[in-house]
Design a protein. Structure first.
Length: 393
């Protein structure tokens, strides 16, 4: 059993940020009961590409979950939610603030039903502040949060990060918040609310951009693929394909210069990192010309032997075949009952004694409705059929 095998989660989330958080919990063993809109389900079921009519986007984010369809606009549907809340540890939702309250199942109401409940909400801007009721998607939050302003080529247009980091970082922080609240509950016996905003998370990962601005007063701008504070720390062309080189300190710098046969390690312009950064425009072409003398594969072998961090710029097809990625089981295959076999990322958290597990593929819409209602509410087949006729489930 996974380390979270005794945790039950009622999951109202859809699309990406919330489902990513609950996927993490499910991978680590928690039981995830995904509540989906009757008929349509999670919005992302309508996002392509498709395998035999099933969304690959949805399947990549909703493994290790069970699907229960429920009409939350009916009193019977809300009654089912309340009865489930009595028995679960965590409720997760990523609606716009106020939505769950309008349905009658906001945190204040649910904590009366279950005082030990951990209620986690992920939204664009959080439960407080002047933006709290504004809608948000990943690209909007990347723009507002500043990460687009430091991404891209020098002098170019602000660029969205290729992965949906606005959603994904919120999902990560939400999972951390839930686990933190569960740990605290073990001490106090009381639940609490976890409030995670996508915008907050973008600000949190700006790392040195904010500190650099605070110290220098200069507004950070895109610097392409180089690091704004460490030199050399960027890709260089070779005889074949580019190679990414990361010389993170002055000790590595001396080794690097020796390996590429350049007598500049003690040059006053380049001897220490601040000077290398200051004289970047003079230094880069010196290194670039030398690295063009060998192939990327030759340089990788040389740098690996000497402990210089380096690597090729892999496209996705190469990532999914990479020997290290495969050795760490980071590309896995699940067999979906409709779509068939599908590859997806594995579990990045490796636990030595109680590892996570990819047990089940993403559920077909409503696949577990009957079994969950029987398990948690002890409903008969006749009652379940009545709910189905009345369009509650």
């Amino acid at each position: 059993m996974g380390p979270l095998h005794d945790i039950k989660v009622l999951d109202f989330t859809r699309v990406l940020a919330g489902p990513y958080a609950t996927m993490i919990l499910g991978d680590l063993g928690a039981e995830i009961i995904k509540i989906e809109q009757q008929g349509s389900g999670d919005d992302s079921r309508a996002y392509g590409p498709y395998l035999k009519g099933e969304s690959a986007y949805f399947m990549s984010l909703n493994r290790n979950k069970q699907s229960l369809t429920l009409n939350l606009k009916t009193s019977e549907g809300i009654d089912i939610v309340n009865k489930l809340v009595e028995q679960v540890d965590v409720v997760v939702e990523n609606f716009r603030p106020g939505t769950m309250e309008k349905l009658g199942i906001g945190y204040d109401k649910l904590k009366e039903i279950n005082p030990r409940l951990i209620y986690a909400s992920t939204s664009g801007y959080g439960q407080t502040g002047p933006y709290s009721h504004r809608p948000a998607y990943d690209a909007v939050v990347q723009a507002l949060g500043g990460i687009m302003s430091i991404t891209g080529q020098p002098g170019g247009q602000p660029t969205r990060v290729g992965s949906s980091v606005g959603d994904i970082t919120a999902g990560l922080f939400c999972a951390i918040g839930i686990l933190t609240a569960l740990h605290e509950r073990n001490q106090s016996g009381e639940g609490q609310m976890v409030d995670v905003a996508m915008l907050d998370c973008q600000v949190a990962i700006l790392e040195n951009a904010i500190s650099r601005y605070g110290v220098t007063g200069e507004i950070p701008r895109p610097v392409g693929n180089r690091h704004p504070s460490i030199v050399p720390f960027e890709p260089f062309d070779t005889q074949t394909s580019p190679i990414m080189v990361a010389v993170g300190n002055d000790h590595l710098w001396k080794i690097f210069c020796d390996l590429i046969n350049l007598d500049i390690a003690e040059d006053p312009r380049f001897a220490v990192n601040p000077k290398r950064n200051e004289n970047y425009l003079a230094l880069r072409p010196i290194i670039a010309n030398r690295l063009k003398e060998k192939t990327s594969e030759e340089w990788q072998t040389i740098f690996d032997k000497a402990g210089i961090p380096n690597g090729p710029i892999n496209s996705v097809d190469k990532v999914v075949q990479n020997e290290q990625v495969l050795a760490r089981e980071m590309i896995v295959e699940l067999d979906h009952p409709v779509a068939g076999k599908m590859r997806m990322p594995g579990i990045p958290i490796k636990l030595s004694r109680t590892p996570g597990e990819l047990k089940d593929p993403a559920p077909v819409l409503g696949e577990d409705t009957d079994s969950l209602l029987k398990k948690y509410l002890k409903l008969s087949d006749e009652k379940i059929e009545e709910l189905r006729i009345n369009r509650v489930i």
